[in-house]
Design a protein around this ligand. Structure first.
Ligand SMILES: Nc1ncnc2c1ncn2[C@@H]1O[C@H](COP(=O)(O)OP(=O)(O)OP(=O)(O)O)[C@@H](O)[C@H]1O
Length: 593
């Protein structure tokens, strides 16, 4: 009996077998479909296929499966007719139909032509309802003229060349005067400067103690936010005591703010909400639907929420595209109000040159312009026109000088015990890959760089596993050590002790390497992991044009990580493919906010 029970769920037959063979559904999708079939008696092939496709959609970042969407990889596969498929699903014991129906333990929900895993539907619904409730609240009780005057005053406190732009003033005004707002914009468009302005204006306007929390998705992004906020505020304001009424807490990660516990539960929730009066979330593009649902549950109605980020960047690793959805759907400042609570900052104050032109052309999907620009090789942009392969010296050649210069700088700072210098050398240049493994992946490129360094630098890597100057990527959260998945650092020797210096604003955190359970050598990183960080120079390794990861968002995110120099390693075909392929995630939030 046990054997029978165990065997039934893993066998793929019929449509499941065909789609699995074509790589369109995964083994876990087949397993889920067969298990649900065994539990409920549902055995219609089309329904089981929908279950497996729904799981696959979630694994690739979508929140739901649109049944009626043309399938780009359809080929010879027998896709069910959308209308008939919808009818079959509507009468399946696995499916709840419609937004109004209560949850009743069924694993799937059908909303029109969109099929959701029930859990994703619940998260999306929770976010939508919470946003709608917040929009319906009467706006904060502030005198409109007083707000406008305070914004002007704060803008003029800056030097003439640094006064806030009209868009930045509008963003501050909107964020102060509404409960929920968005400040959207690409790198260097002045989002952090606007946040600094917002804090000053709020401090001017309120008459009571007002607590402010700043959070970002990764620890690195939180540290960067804190750093640039400190730089935007004058010396005296940085000292918390000088704020008249604000209590501004140091920037932290969103998970830490919500008190994430193992298993994904949060300490902060509806019964124990966040106590702050203002919550500012940076790098909002990295926030998944589930995390957004947890955040909305933990927000009191009287907390202003300001979401800051670049909707054109890659979406979260987990399912959802919350910021892009909110920006595309629009967010009214208040119920029935024509005024929008979203401000888009478009002018970059940081780049004017070729990197900005490249980013603009990528976003506008102008492939010819991108290729012309790269071919003209302006200062700051280089293009190694080749199909990358880390085992081929000619591919690595253009990179070698950067890798070796950087390696030398890390080693000498590490030997001198200068953690700040070692970290700055680490961030001087970063190789970014779309893939984790394989020819175009982080693993191979990191190993190739390591081999090059061992050849070029005398004594490199001789001190054992934790050798001086080794760049390290943390791959798992360790809250007790205050380190997060994605943190980066360098092995250094300080006062005779081997330590890993981890990036953290102005003051690196030092951790004993013997306590780091999950880390790897990092000479290259995925574009996903690089989100929220910036480097002086970036080398982007583009996969072949066939790679499903090659999208405009990926290319744009990679290129905009660079402050001064970008090198692209890839073929013209891959570049064209990236620029003309939009990352598509099926979500329902955009149409429902
Ligand atoms: N209105 C302005 N006038 C002049 N300079 C400005 C203005 N706003 C911002 N800047 C400058 O532009 C640079 C980028 O600003 P800021 O750090 O606020 O942008 P950002 O959008 O937060 O960038 P990123 O997210 O890429 O870090 C800073 O040096 C800042 O001082």
């Amino acid at each position: 009996m046990t054997d029978e029970v165990f065997e039934v769920p893993v066998v793929a037959t019929g449509l499941l077998a065909e789609f699995a063979a074509a790589g369109l559904i995964s083994a876990s999708g087949v397993h889920l479909a067969r298990t649900l079939s065994w539990l409920t008696g549902e055995c219609r092939d089309e329904v089981l296929l929908a279950v497996a496709l729904c799981l696959r959609a979630q694994d690739s970042g979508s929140v739901c499966l649109p049944l009626d969407e043309p399938h780009s990889v359809a080929g010879e596969l027998p896709w069910p007719d959308p209308a008939g498929w919808q009818l079959l699903l509507a009468e399946s014991p696995l499916v709840v139909v419609g937004a109004e129906a209560a949850a009743n333990q069924r694993p799937l929900r059908l909303i029109g032509h969109r099929l959701y895993l029930e859990r994703n539907w619940q998260s999306e619904e929770a976010v939508r309802t919470a946003l709608a409730q917040r929009i319906a609240l009467p706006p904060p009780a502030l005198d409109r003229q007083a707000v406008a005057d305070a914004v002007m005053r704060v803008s003029r406190q800056r030097s003439a060349a640094q006064e806030l732009t009209a868009d930045q003033c509008a963003a501050v005004d909107t964020s102060v005067s509404t409960w929920t707002s968005v400040i959207a914009g690409g790198p260097g468009t002045g989002k952090t400067t606007t946040i600094a302005g917002l804090l000053r204006v709020l401090d001017d306007l309120v008459t009571h103690r007002t607590s402010v929390a700043l959070a970002s998705f990764t620890g690195k992004a939180a540290a960067r936010m804190q750093q640039s906020l400190d730089a935007s505020l004058s010396g005296s304001d940085r000292d918390g005591a000088v704020w008249k009424h604000l209590q501004v807490q140091p920037a932290t990660t969103l998970h830490a703010l919500l008190g994430a516990r193992p298993g994904g539960r949060m300490t902060r929730d509806a019964g124990n909400p966040l106590p702050h009066d203002l919550l500012i979330i940076d790098e909002m593009s990295m926030v998944s639907l589930d995390l957004m649902a947890a955040l909305m549950a933990a927000l009191r109605p009287g907390t202003r929420l300001v979401m800051v980020g670049d909707p054109h960047q890659l979406s979260s690793v987990d399912a959802g595209a919350v910021l892009a959805d909110i920006v595309s759907a629009g967010l009214p400042a208040a119920g029935g109000s024509p005024r929008s609570a979203i401000t888009v900052l478009t002018h970059s104050h940081r780049f004017a040159g070729p990197i900005q032109h490249l980013a603009d052309a990528i976003l506008a999907s102008r492939a010819d312009d991108v290729l012309d620009l790269l071919a003209s090789a302006p200062d700051g942009l280089t293009w190694a026109q080749t199909d990358p392969d880390p085992v081929l010296v000619e591919t690595l050649n253009p990179l070698t000088a950067d890798v070796v210069t950087q390696g030398r700088a890390m080693v000498s700072a590490a030997r001198a015990g200068d953690a700040v210098q070692a970290l700055s050398a680490m961030d001087a240049h970063r190789v970014l890959c779309a893939h984790r493994q394989g020819r175009y992946g982080v693993g191979g490129w990191s190993r190739a760089a390591e081999a090059e360094l061992r050849r070029a630098i005398l004594g490199y890597g001789r001190e054992g596993e934790w050798y001086l100057g080794r760049p390290v990527l943390i791959t798992r959260n360790a809250p007790d050590l205050q380190i997060s998945n994605g943190d980066t650092g360098v092995v250094v020797r300080i006062d005779g002790q081997i330590q890993v210096a981890l990036s953290s604003g102005d003051n690196p955190r030092l951790r004993s390497p013997w306590l780091l359970d999950s880390s790897e050598t990092m000479h290259a990183m995925t574009v996903h992991k690089s989100q929220g960080s910036e480097y002086d120079a970036v080398t982007v390794v583009l996969p072949s044009a066939e790679s499903p990861l090659l999208t405009r968002e990926l290319f744009y995110t990679a290129v905009t990580r660079a402050r001064q120099r970008v090198r692209i390693v890839g073929t013209a075909e891959a570049i064209r493919q990236a620029v003309t392929t939009a990352a598509r995630r099926a979500t329902g939030l955009g149409g429902r906010v």
